[in-house]
Design a protein around this ligand. Structure first.
Ligand code: AMP
Length: 194
């Protein structure tokens, strides 16, 4: 079983989304707090990001926000966090979020969420880390992305084993258990290039 002290959550910064996604964000924040797991995230108080952070704080959890100075105004930094780090660039933010976290959870989100998700999955593919990654497929939101990945495998651009780089769960109740029990994927990078 993996030791989880802090979990990074990647999710949408938009608030104009279905309540189902908002409820999931709140439930995840509460679940992390209830399990004594600190939340690491982008530091904003907008969209699903803010809801996850609020729920975690309300549940007595620790929340670490990391926000670049140039988007601090756009994403409106959260005033009540346990720690807020204002950093110089997106790259520093992503690196610090990675360093501070034992595992990663991806909730529904937009282009920024996709960027963060693929970075963390491809770093695992390259053997840069072996931290668990869980994709939460609320209401089948990620079905089209998963179909795209199947298409990549079918076309030979990815291997079936690459699907072991992350685990897909249908709801928040399964997240912590999935993270704790995620096995190390067996990936042989060289086979992709031969
Ligand atoms: P979005 O899913 O587009 O709402 O964005 C979610 C989070 O990803 C926000 O905190 C954005 O600041 C962040 N984000 C947007 N673009 C990038 C990027 N290129 N690299 C890393 N994070 C990003």
């Amino acid at each position: 079983m993996r030791d989880l002290r802090s979990v990074c959550v990647y999710c949408g910064s938009s608030g104009r989304v279905s309540d189902r996604f908002k409820d999931a964000a709140r439930a995840l924040g509460g679940e992390l707090a209830a399990n004594g797991i600190a939340l690491v995230y982008g530091g904003g108080r907008v969209g699903l990001m803010g809801l996850t952070a609020d729920a975690s704080l309300d549940g007595g959890g620790q929340v670490v926000g990391i926000i670049p100075s140039h988007i601090r105004d756009m994403e409106v930094d959260h005033p009540g966090l346990t720690e807020l780090h204002v950093v110089d660039s997106m790259h520093t933010r992503k690196m610090m979020m990675f360093d501070r976290s034992d595992a990663f959870v991806i909730l529904p989100g937009g282009l920024g969420t996709l960027d963060e998700m693929f970075e963390i999955i491809t770093w695992r593919q390259l053997g840069i880390h072996d931290k668990p990654v869980v994709l939460v497929n609320i209401d089948g939101y990620w079905d089209r992305l998963l179909a795209m990945i199947d298409g990549m495998i079918e076309a030979g651009f990815a291997q079936p084993a690459h699907k072991d780089l992350f685990k897909v769960v249908a709801g928040i109740d399964d997240v912590v258990d999935a993270l704790r029990h995620e096995p190390t994927p067996v990936i042989e990078p060289q086979t992709k290039w031969l």
